[in-house]
Design a protein around this ligand. Structure first.
Ligand SMILES: [Zn+2]
Length: 300
């Protein structure tokens, strides 16, 4: 009786062990497959990509969102001396679709809001260091504000002609920063979904606004942006299918985190960026960025 019970117990334990081992193997195999497909495809390793977010550049007292031309010069010199190569959004899109390679230490450089000084002050410095950048413009600023005062580095916005000039420099890509959703004052924060708004209403509002700027840029500059920068970094997950359907291939946030680029096109959605505050030295900013500080930044 005792022996019989023990054998039964032993067999029962054996079955349980077999099930546990079997399940562990299954979990391990699935885990390996999932991590393999998210980290790389075709044997390529994920490439770290730091992304810098600038706004305005002119000679004044620096703020969190304004740097001086000499600070920008110092940043680009630092990146150059430390082996970084600026990459374009186009190169990244090609890479995630399996075409071409990325440099050993890529960096993506972006400017938000479409300040005229991105052309007057920043472009010559990028030419000096042979680097490229993205400027994400706000349609309403260009339509309503730029025409009145087109050529003052401290407060003007880019006109359509200025945007065309940036594009024809061959080192600037234009991003969509919404036509008229660059605000925190109303019920909607940036282009995020409002409380009580149905998904359908939200999709329609985002699509209508964003299309307006896409059409303006196409008509005025013969260029169709495929990069979208969320105003103030306010993101709603429902925005992604809308933006994808419109042909966007990269979206930019304001979370201060390192990105890891694989051969998966999805990895270009919600690219995180480090705001380059003018209150930091070049060394301090680069040190924060490359140490992957995970603080959420405010951005404009
Ligand atoms: Zn902005």
């Amino acid at each position: 009786m005792y022996a019989c019970c023990n054998i039964k117990k032993f067999l029962k334990l054996l079955v349980i062990d077999a099930v546990v081992i079997g399940l562990s193997f299954l979990v391990f195999t699935i885990g390996k497959t999932v991590s393999g497909s998210s980290a790389s495809s075709g044997g390529d390793k994920a490439v770290p990509l730091p992304v810098i977010m600038y706004h305005s550049v002119y000679d004044t007292s620096p703020t969190e969102y304004i740097i001086t031309p000499s600070q920008l010069d110092s940043d680009l010199a630092w990146l150059s001396e430390n082996g970084f190569t600026s990459v374009s959004a186009e190169e990244l899109v090609q890479y995630v679709h399996g075409k071409g390679e990325l440099p050993e230490k890529p960096v993506l450089i972006t400017f938000d809001d479409g300040h005229y000084n991105n052309l007057s002050e920043a472009l010559p410095i990028f030419e000096k260091y042979d680097m490229c950048f993205i400027v994400s413009v706000v349609g309403k600023y260009t339509d309503s504000l730029a025409a009145a005062d087109p050529h003052n580095s401290s407060y003007s916005y880019l006109t359509w002609n200025d945007i065309s000039e940036l594009i024809s420099s061959g080192r600037v890509e234009i991003g969509n920063h919404t036509y008229d959703m660059h605000s925190l004052s109303g019920a909607r924060k940036g282009c995020s979904r409002m409380e009580g708004e149905s998904e359908e209403q939200y999709r329609s509002a985002l699509s209508d606004d964003t299309s307006l700027l896409q059409n303006d840029i196409r008509a005025a500059c013969g260029y169709v942006p495929f990069v979208f920068a969320y105003p103030y970094g306010k993101i709603s997950p429902e925005s992604i299918p809308v933006l994808r359907d419109m042909g966007f291939m990269m979206t930019l946030t304001c979370y201060e985190r390192m990105n890891y680029i694989t051969r998966d096109p999805d990895c270009l959605f919600n690219i995180d960026r480090f705001n380059r505050s003018g209150l930091l030295s070049t060394n301090d900013f680069m040190s924060v960025m490359l140490n992957e500080q995970k603080n959420k930044a405010e951005c404009t």
